[in-house]
Write a protein that binds this ligand. Structure first.
Ligand SMILES: Nc1ncnc2c1ncn2[C@@H]1O[C@H](COP(=O)(O)OP(=O)(O)OP(=O)(O)O)[C@@H](O)[C@H]1O
Length: 663
């Protein structure tokens, strides 16, 4: 078969350009990336050989080998892993399938556009470089990082169990070639033709030097489970026949095969011997992450079930965390042998953001996915880990507030969803989760816990008040805030659509009920409120016909029109009925394609407002008079606007305003 030439996919070209132009400064990580790939490939073969031992072709001694060639200025990384077929080479190496990398490129483009625009506007030097570096820091680019140090990359591979081998080559000029070739052993070898700066004496970093390579392996890949080997050639002074050193004789060269890494899986080592950087490096290697985690937790248990777990919370929540395509789960091992990539039966769904691994000798290597859910060991480990994670988070909240708030901003939504889930799953640790919730409040504009809120509640306050809205400002301006603020009560701001569902599920905290400012009657629970409530009831009795006629004018738009004592300076507000969803919930349902869940709309009027007297005057002209109808419609639209909703018929609204103004 002839050599075939292919074009890289557009996105791959883009990525390659970035690599060649070496925008990213940390070039040495290419070795970690290639070693990781080699280790993954061996993992795959090791796993496949559990059921098909013939795939090993009699070679069960797994090894990753580095072969530098000083003269040729090349470095070859070889593994005896699973290898690739021609189709796999094209699919894996020629195209970018990873959604993360695509997302990276899209963001990069966007950042470049913004930077360019800013540069044009300010007439300053471009910030593009810095932005790009920041972004590259967030995403892994795997195999392509080889081009940061090489002018040409040659990959030779043969899939275990197949006869045909393949040679892939690219000088990163937008194309690559593939041709068949003889490959004796299954696996992959990647030869880098190193650039000027990376080989030979005087190089910025000589990637053909034993010392450089050894230190890079120690730094980034020490815990790789398979030996990373390299030949070391040393020179010893020659000795004469008597065994004495003789300077006149040429030195004796000695070549030894050395293993560069310690190979102990990090999680098997003693906690006290592991540095924070090692935990961080391991996280990036093992879970294909690019940034340091914000939290890690290493634990060993020796009870009825024995296990070691190493858990992490990534520094940033992935963009697709709440989408179906996101696959949560921990890696499973048994005595350091890999069983499964994503076991999602260990942790409850609300902890989907936790990454990590569990190694337990009590797990069978051949456990099937179907049986996992009922597996006793899995259940025990999962329950313990959930308990530990919640305890650790509570500790973080108590001792490292700033760190916890950062965590909350990334993952708070998951915990809220966990509380909501307690409606369906009584096993959910609702109370512990409630203690971990944070909300912005009207006091100080800071995040606060429910405990902090209830601890500082004045004696006279009977409920935990909250309001929903798109942002803090919108809530601050709600007419419903007036009376509560007047009393000096603190109000929790619910800015996320899931917030209200979460509080619904909790119902109360520390014996105090949650009370929405925009739902049902607002009982501020004090003597003053009682008196004013009575007064309002009396006025309502006197205006029974007016309220009935008002409702008639608005028709289906509202369920009820009534008087209220919850307003101070505003004339009107719209609230939802006590039972059934709130407006915010209605919107969330509509977004989730369930528009049948509608809130009851209750229009409340402030009888002490000047406009109420005007409304009475208009009503005196008759319930069918234009003035009364305009008044009703305008008050309703005002209430809608105050609640952040758009009136149905802006043209009618404009006419009504015009008629009123012309008076
Ligand atoms: N040494 C190898 N042996 C077998 N397959 C390999 C090897 N190196 C790369 N591959 C294949 O090529 C794919 C792409 O590799 P690449 O390093 O670009 O991304 P990745 O490993 O999937 O993700 P990451 O960005 O985390 O490294 C791998 O998923 C794997 O299927």
């Amino acid at each position: 078969m002839e050599k075939e030439k292919f074009e890289f996919q557009a996105e791959t070209k883009q990525l390659l350009n970035l690599m060649i132009n070496s925008i990213y400064t940390n070039h040495e990580i290419f070795l970690r990336e290639l070693i990781s790939n080699a280790s993954d490939a061996i993992d795959k073969l090791r796993f496949a050989s559990l059921t098909h031992s013939d795939l090993l072709e009699g070679d069960s001694e797994f090894v990753i080998r580095l072969t530098p060639d000083e003269k040729a200025k090349t470095l070859t990384i070889t593994d005896n892993g699973i290898g690739m077929t021609k189709e796999e080479v094209i699919k894996n190496i020629g195209t970018i399938a990873q959604s993360g990398t695509k997302e990276f490129l899209a963001k990069l483009e966007e950042a470049n556009k913004i930077a360019k625009k800013a540069e044009e506007e300010a007439g300053k030097e471009a910030k593009t470089d810095a932005t790009t570096k920041d972004l590259i820091g967030q995403f892994g680019v795997g195999f392509y990082s080889a081009f940061m140090v090489s002018d040409k990359v040659t990959l030779i591979t043969r899939k275990a169990g197949e006869k045909e081998g393949w040679k892939w080559e690219s000088a990163a000029d937008g194309t690559y070639t593939i041709e068949p070739c003889e490959v004796e052993k299954h696996g992959t070898s990647i030869t880098l033709q190193l650039g000027e700066a990376y080989a030979g004496e005087g190089a910025e970093q000589d990637m053909t030097s034993y010392w450089t390579l050894e230190s890079l392996v120690k730094k980034y890949s020490d815990y790789i489970r398979y030996p990373i080997k390299m030949e070391e050639t040393t020179e010893e002074p020659a000795r004469n026949d008597k065994g004495d050193i003789d300077d006149k004789l040429p030195p004796v060269k000695k070549t030894e095969d050395k293993t560069l890494n310690s190979q102990t899986p990090l999680w098997k080592r003693n906690k006290s011997s592991i540095k924070a950087e090692e935990y961080n490096e391991f996280f990036k290697h093992q879970f294909h992450e690019w940034e340091d985690p914000m939290w890690y937790y290493h634990t060993r248990a020796e009870g009825t079930v024995e296990y070691t777990a190493l858990l992490y919370i990534p520094g940033k929540a992935p963009a697709n965390l709440y989408f179906q395509e996101y696959e949560p789960g921990l890696q499973l091992f048994s005595r350091s042998v890999f069983i499964m990539e994503k076991c999602k039966d260990l942790l409850p769904d609300y902890l989907r953001f936790v990454k990590g691994l569990v190694d337990s000798p009590d797990l069978s290597l051949n456990i099937s996915r179907e049986l996992l859910q009922q597996n006793h060991t899995i259940k025990v480990i999962g329950r313990n880990l959930e308990k530990n994670i919640l305890k650790q988070l509570a500790d973080m909240l108590a001792k490292e507030r700033e760190k916890y708030e950062k965590f909350w901003n990334e993952y708070g939504r998951s915990l809220k969803a966990g509380v909501y889930n307690s409606v369906y799953d009584p096993d959910t640790k609702k109370d512990q989760l409630a203690d971990l919730l944070l909300f912005m409040t009207s006091k100080e504009g800071k995040l606060c816990t429910l405990k902090e809120y209830t601890d500082r509640m004045p004696e006279s306050q009977k409920a935990i008040y909250y309001a929903t809205g798109k942002d803090k400002e919108a809530i601050e301006h709600l007419p419903q805030m007036e009376a509560v603020k007047d009393k000096g009560f603190e109000v929790m701001f619910l800015l996320d659509p899931v917030d209200e569902f979460c509080l619904e599920a909790l119902q109360e905290y520390a014996g105090k009920k949650f009370q929405s400012l925009s739902r049902g009657d607002l009982d501020l629970g004090d003597v003053e409120s009682e008196t004013s409530k009575k007064e309002t009831e009396d006025i309502a009795k006197d205006n029974e016909t007016l309220l009935k006629d008002f409702k008639e004018v608005l028709g289906e738009k509202v369920n009820e029109v009534k008087l209220t004592n919850r307003l101070k300076d505003s004339a009107v507000c719209l609230v939802a009925g006590e039972y059934g969803p709130s407006f915010a919930m209605e919107q969330a349902f509509a977004m989730a394609n369930a528009p049948m869940f509608k809130a009851q709309r209750i229009l409340e009027l402030n009888p002490k407002h000047k406009l109420f007297a005007k409304l009475q005057e208009a009503h005196d002209q008759g319930k069918d008079s234009q003035d009364f109808k305009d008044f009703c419609a305008l008050l309703f639209d005002q209430a809608l606007l105050l609640d952040g909703m758009i009136p149905d018929d802006p043209a009618a609204l404009a006419q009504q305003i015009a008629r009123m103004m012309a008076k």
